[in-house]
Design a protein around this ligand. Structure first.
Ligand code: ATP
Length: 382
């Protein structure tokens, strides 16, 4: 077992495409780490550098205690699962899973003939490993089928089985679920989490899907334009995004952002968005910055119908009046598009609400959960 580390890793393509820029990231032994970010942020390049499929321009890649920059991919003891897992179409499931093991462990046919006893033992061992993994992934009954006779989800599990059967030090997964339909994706997501718990193999998982990152990662590393923005547990990233980019990337519907200024009124400091202002919680880091231009961030779930029995009591300070432009029913809740003069906000409101479209109503904001970002640097101020 081993962790993986990026130490000052950069990758430049051609003259000036900085796909990964001075990445420092430690993935712990047995950890499930998700690399997440929008298309082109460098996550696949980072993953391919661990595999040795891409050479870094600068820095060190460590697997366990070993610097692997110069170690060929086949000797890194990693297994990779891609979005476009290529199964051998002419082999059945059994042979697809066993193929890599036979190649590695059985050497050539002449060796097998001259080491008959030993070869038989290895074959029996491979057979039991293939069957164990097939059982674990519930594809045992398809071992004799060809890939084209399987559903997308079953094929995906064969690709996983092929990777798992090798018991590598590290699993690398690049959007392995993106070819599956929505329902199967959710199911396979859960299966992968369970599998990781069972096997305890260090896993680096690349996705652009923030829901996948939130639900699967023990920690998640958010990248943008080749630069690591934040690495932490999903709950922490959600509650304490390091900057406006991370705040906008994590959460659905996304966080509301309003241009604002910090103003003093009596003994309190407010964040003034023009149409309304909210007092900063006691001890907030922005209190000493009166006059500063900031961005106020409010998550939709921190805005609620003030008539509902929420745990926030409506007061003059935390209540705003807004017109409901659109109410989108999601079943358990509504997504409400609110209008306050020149400002628009999105709120998620419990389905018990009596509020109707086109109505003007009172809404409470959880002041303890508002976010303030420096308007210039976009860094969070706490
Ligand atoms: P996606 O989710 O779209 O796969 P990504 O975050 O995985 O994106 P990478 O594939 O790592 O991003 O690419 C990072 C940057 O490097 C992009 O700007 C991409 O255009 C560039 N890039 C990737 N591979 C090459 C290459 N072989 N030659 C030149 N530029 C490349």
């Amino acid at each position: 077992m081993a962790g993986v580390a990026f130490r000052n890793i950069s990758k430049v393509y051609g003259k000036d495409v900085k796909a990964v820029n001075d990445l420092n990231l430690e993935i712990r032994d047995k950890e499930f780490m998700v690399l997440v970010g929008p298309s082109g942020c460098g996550k696949t390049t980072a993953l391919r550098m661990i595999a040795g499929l891409e050479e870094s321009t600068d820095g060190d890649i460590m697997i366990g205690e070993v610097r692997v920059n110069d170690v060929p991919p086949k000797d890194r003891d990693i297994a990779m699962v891609f979005q476009n897992y290529a199964l051998y179409p002419h082999m059945n499931v059994y042979d697809n899973i066993a193929f890599g093991l036979r190649l590695r462990e059985l050497k050539g046919i002449f060796w097998q003939l001259s080491h008959y006893g030993e070869a038989q033992k290895i074959k029996a061992d491979i057979d039991s490993r293939v069957r164990d993994v097939a059982r674990m992934l519930d594809i045992e009954k398809y071992l004799n089928r060809r890939p084209k006779e399987l559903s997308g989800g079953q094929r995906q599990r064969v690709a996983l089985a092929r990777a798992i059967v090798r018991k590598p030090k590290v699993f690398l997964m690049d959007e392995p679920l993106s070819n599956l339909d929505a329902k199967l994706r959710v199911q396979t997501r859960a299966e992968l989490i369970q599998l990781h718990r069972k096997l305890g193999i260090t896993t680096v998982y690349v996705t652009h899907d923030q829901v996948e990152a939130m639900t699967m990662g023990q920690r998640m590393a958010i990248m943008r334009d080749g630069v690591l923005q934040q690495c932490d547990e999903p709950e922490k990233v959600y509650a304490y995004p390091a900057n406006k980019f991370v705040a906008s990337f994590i959460g659905s519907p996304p966080m509301n952002f309003l241009d604002a200024t910090l103003v003093q009124n009596g003994s309190k400091v407010y964040v003034d968005a023009g149409e309304f202002k909210l007092p900063l919680p006691e001890g907030h880091g922005a209190i000493g910055m009166v006059g500063k231009k900031v961005v106020l961030g409010i998550r939709p779930e921190e805005i609620d119908d003030s008539n509902l029995a929420t745990n926030i009591k409506p007061t003059e300070d935390n209540t705003i009046q807004a017109k409901v432009d659109v109410l989108e029913p999601l079943g358990h809740e509504y997504v409400a598009y609110l209008n306050i003069g020149s400002l628009n906000l999105i709120a998620t409101i419990d389905n018990e609400t009596r509020i109707k479209e086109a109505q003007t109503a009172q809404f409470v904001i959880n002041l303890d959960r508002i976010h303030i970002f420096d308007a210039e640097t976009e860094e969070a101020i706490r």
